[in-house]
Design a binder for this molecule. Structure first.
Ligand code: ZN
Length: 316
């Protein structure tokens, strides 16, 4: 069944800076700093934040103390807080900590899945059945990220068929959302269109397709636009464009949330996010880094200055 969408449906952006953005930073952010980042993002009008990861702190020390972060953040009623989990233990922790959405990861390549989750794809998929049941029973949103959906740092090319096969199995488990993640930032827009459309064509309308792009090869924003034009209404991004992956060599930042909001807004798509406020958050984040952040709109400013909610009033 082809997922239906409206050209005018708002694009739902999930800021992943507090998780994907910080998980490979050399300087480990304190709980208080992570809480402040999430609280500042929540005030920009954003509807989704991936705030924490319930992984083993020995493997990813940057993501330790997820429970403390969850307990200390302000819970805005209209902001959905997501937590990442890689196994049932992580899922139980996420639910106990009060996430609104559990995000689970399967990687489309065998080698990368082994490195990321310490298990084969088959083992990860087998575990998913009980995990899906557990999350569904809790009433929380269950999302699945297919990592390395466009290419693997260890195995190279990943076929559309491999991604669709995983997607079909996820859809059968009743997953609410499937995110195609370009973990190493190698995708180009034609591949995005092809994979998104292939996946949408085999999923029920109850499972939405989203995308998660890294800008490693400067294709991230073009890929996001291709996704939106293919009907995707869920996109991940990180404020300032911070990010990486501890298990993917040479991976760099996510597409920047403010760059994404800028292009979508100026194309006439609604995102709910106050862009000047979001740029203020990016500038605040930048103070914690030695080097300028990758985001470009935060440096260049808005154009035209008086664009409001997609209504262009450009003067000549
Ligand atoms: Zn990522």
């Amino acid at each position: 069944m082809t997922a239906s969408f409206s050209r005018n449906a708002p694009v739902s952006i999930c800021d992943v800076a507090a998780r994907d953005g910080l998980q490979s930073e050399k300087r480990i952010w304190s709980v208080a700093e992570r809480v402040e980042l999430i609280n500042r993002l929540a005030k920009t009008g954003i509807r989704r934040i991936e705030a924490v990861s319930f992984v083993n702190p020995k493997r990813v020390p940057q993501m330790a103390d997820a429970e403390k972060v969850m307990a200390q953040i302000d819970r805005e009623v209209d902001v959905r807080i997501a937590g990442l989990a890689l196994n049932m233990k992580g899922v139980e922790r996420a639910l106990d900590a009060g996430v609104d959405e559990v995000r689970y990861v399967v990687v489309a390549s065998e080698t990368f899945n082994q490195k990321n989750q310490g298990a084969s794809i088959a083992e990860t998929m087998t575990g998913l059945e009980s995990i899906a049941g557990r999350v569904k029973a809790s009433g929380k949103v269950f999302s699945a990220v297919i990592g390395a959906s466009f290419g693997c740092p260890f195995e190279g090319e990943i076929t559309t068929e491999a991604v669709v096969n995983i997607g079909v199995r996820l859809g059968a488990l009743g997953v609410d959302e499937i995110l195609l993640a370009d973990t190493i930032g190698c995708a180009v827009p034609s591949e995005v269109r092809e994979r998104v459309e292939a996946l949408q064509s085999v999923l029920e309308d109850s499972t939405a397709v989203g995308c998660h792009f890294h800008n490693t090869r400067n294709t991230g924003i073009a890929n996001a636009v291709a996704a939106v034009e293919s009907g995707v209404r869920i996109l991940d991004a990180s404020v300032g464009g911070i990010g990486g992956c501890p298990f993917a060599p040479r991976a760099t930042g996510n597409i920047s949330t403010e760059d994404l909001v800028y292009i979508l807004r100026n194309m006439g798509y609604e995102t709910s996010i106050d862009l000047p406020q979001l740029i203020d958050v990016a500038t605040w984040v930048e103070d914690y880094f030695d080097d300028p952040l990758p985001g470009q709109v935060m440096k260049a400013g808005l154009f035209p200055d008086d664009v409001i909610a997609g209504q262009k009033t450009a003067s000549v």
